[in-house]
Design a protein around this ligand. Structure first.
Ligand SMILES: [Zn+2]
Length: 364
């Protein structure tokens, strides 16, 4: 079972159409035990040791328990119970924040992904209607705060599904987030994934174009932006046709000014900075920092595409990858009634959650 889990995790994790950076997670279970991807591991390279061994009884007990109403207290208490649900000898491991969602499915294997094509659907105005038409036997879960509260909402939607269909849910779409596939064999998982990919692809009328544009890479501006970020930062300049197209005007860049999924917040910050003219760069950058309390990781310059900036080149390239993902979603969503970003309430919640997580890490 564990070998199969590692094999399909590596296979799907190595496909950039399905998994970017640390995104997505997988699990396997028998009657007593759930093996879930550890937080901070990468699907493409994960080994058996990267999975956390959890007690299923303790996890299902969590779903029945009464937790405090306040976000902070509830999530802290749930996290403590989650850590307690690990088998002994795994003190250094941290189960994925989405562990409880995996535990809800009755199948042996669960695959959770955030592919751009799927999110073109989950981040669209007609997302729910079109999903239910394309996949009548899927469960749709509306946008929700991450963590325990999301697991509770999914459980509720899955109970409703069971009541209507008289069977367990196997396919679940999360608005502004991604998709869950649940199956008992690897072959069945592959088939479900193919089916979803094919049906969505058949609906797409518009595709992004990341081939080179006429704009050339501006190394001087890269350095300038890196310097504004920090003394040791690195920046990359994306001059693809798609990026330059989005950067043409305030109106064309509008679909990218708010995040589509939590991934975009984690890797690109909640909002990019759009600069009308290079002359305003310093002041606009300073205004952004003043407004949000941190520097932007994505700077869109009118007519010149965008710059991704971070502490080092690797992180800057990851931010570039995730901002291109947002562009793909924006383009794909046109086939489903147009783009629908995360709500401001949800964005604020995740931004604060990130700040808390960062503080906790610093305090260790
Ligand atoms: Zn996820």
């Amino acid at each position: 079972m564990l070998n199969t889990l590692v094999a399909f995790s590596n296979e799907y994790g190595s496909d950039p159409e399905l998994v970017l950076a640390g995104g997505g997670n997988t699990s396997a279970k028998d009657s007593d035990t759930l093996y879930i991807k550890g937080s901070g591991t990468t699907l493409g390279t994960i080994t058996a040791d990267g999975f956390v061994k959890m007690d299923r009884k303790k996890l299902s007990f969590m779903m029945e328990k009464d937790y405090p109403e306040s976000d902070k207290e509830r999530e802290a208490a749930a996290l403590a119970d989650m850590m307690d649900a690990k088998y002994p000898g795994q003190e250094s491991k941290r189960p994925s924040v989405e562990t409880l969602l995996h535990a809800l499915f009755s199948t042996k294997f669960v695959l959770h992904l955030h592919p751009a094509a799927v999110n073109g659907l989950t981040c669209a105005v007609d997302g729910k209607n079109r999903t239910m038409k394309l996949f009548p036997e899927a469960v749709w879960v509306e946008i929700c705060k991450p963590g325990y509260i999301l697991a509770k909402l999914c459980a509720e939607r899955m109970d409703e599904y069971r009541a209507v269909y008289g069977k367990e849910a196997r396919l679940l779409f999360l608005q502004n987030h991604g998709v869950f596939f649940a199956a008992d064999t690897r072959e069945e998982l592959a088939q479900m994934l193919d089916d979803v990919t094919e049906k969505i692809s058949a609906e797409l009328a518009d595709y992004p174009d990341f081939s080179d544009s006429d704009v050339s890479v501006d190394n001087a501006l890269c350095q300038k932006i890196a310097k504004l970020y920090s003394d040791t930062a690195a920046a990359v300049h994306d001059v693809s046709k798609q990026s330059v197209g989005f950067s043409e005007s305030e109106e064309s860049v509008a679909p990218l000014m708010k995040p589509f999924t939590p991934d975009h917040i984690v890797y690109c910050k909640a909002n990019p900075l759009y600069v009308e003219s290079e002359r305003n760069l310093e002041t606009d950058f300073a205004d952004y920092k003043e407004k949000y309390g941190y520097a932007p990781k994505i700077v869109v310059v009118k007519g010149k595409g965008f710059f991704a900036v971070s502490d080092n080149e690797k992180q800057a390239l990851t931010a570039q990858l995730l901002f291109r993902d947002a562009m793909k979603i924006a383009v794909y969503s046109r086939s489903f009634g147009g783009y629908l970003p995360m709500t401001d309430e949800m964005t604020d919640f995740i931004v604060n959650w990130e700040v808390e997580a960062y503080r906790a890490k610093q305090a260790q």
